[in-house]
Design a protein around this ligand. Sequence first.
Ligand code: ZN
Length: 270
Amino acid sequence: MLEQMKGFGRGALYLDVFKEFNGVKAFFSTKEGACEGNPYRNEGIFKSLGLDKMTAVRPVQVHKDNVEVIGDRQLRDAAENALREIILPDRDGMITDKADVLLTTVHADCIPVYFYDSVRKAIGLVHSGWRGTAMGIASTAILKMMEEYGCRPEDIQVFIGPGISRCCFETGAEVYEEFKSKWSFIDNFADIKISDFGIGKEAKYYIDLKGIISRQLIAIGLDKGNIQVSEHCTSCEDDLFVSYRREGGTRMRMGAGIAMTAREFTSEIF
Ligand SMILES: [Zn+2]
């Protein structure tokens, strides 16, 4: 984890994710590497990591838990399109076992969750805001990797990336109640502050989305030692990140991306 933070600071375009693994390239862009709107394109980052020649998958995110499996059919369609892009309406996550396919999501506080199985050669990426986290989108992606590719949960590496953290994710009772109705462990990941205004008390909740995602994944069999959790809070760290919450709305989005490289496959064959 500390290794990943080296060289990541003011002026950096991105955080290098999973750099300890050979067969995969992944990033999370900083404010410096952010782009306006959706889909996400930052040629500087793509070129720096050798991702610019790959077919890119760009979901149109809707804060739900739909995860698409990217396979030969979509890749054939993309080969006929000049931009070599796969646009996915109504999706917040994707998995693939194909090399040279760049999965992307966009973020402005919501949590990116990256998956890599170096044994079965499969990757996944999801956009997990509070709604997606309450629905368990990260677990949905893992279950699909198991079903589609025969991945074993203990082989899957996870990076829960920068996003709005417990310090800043203040909500009203409705968000807390939504989690409470679905996840029995929510009270380990929420602080409750009661303000007394004399005329009535108001409760505010501070929810740890990254902690909840990690707990959900452990519940379906992932190894705690394979789950890395970024300590960066996009809302606190004004110099490094764009934040929808802090800025009261923004069109700027930071990108998350992950791809397997064909080169490693070749080297394994020979
Ligand atoms: Zn914070």
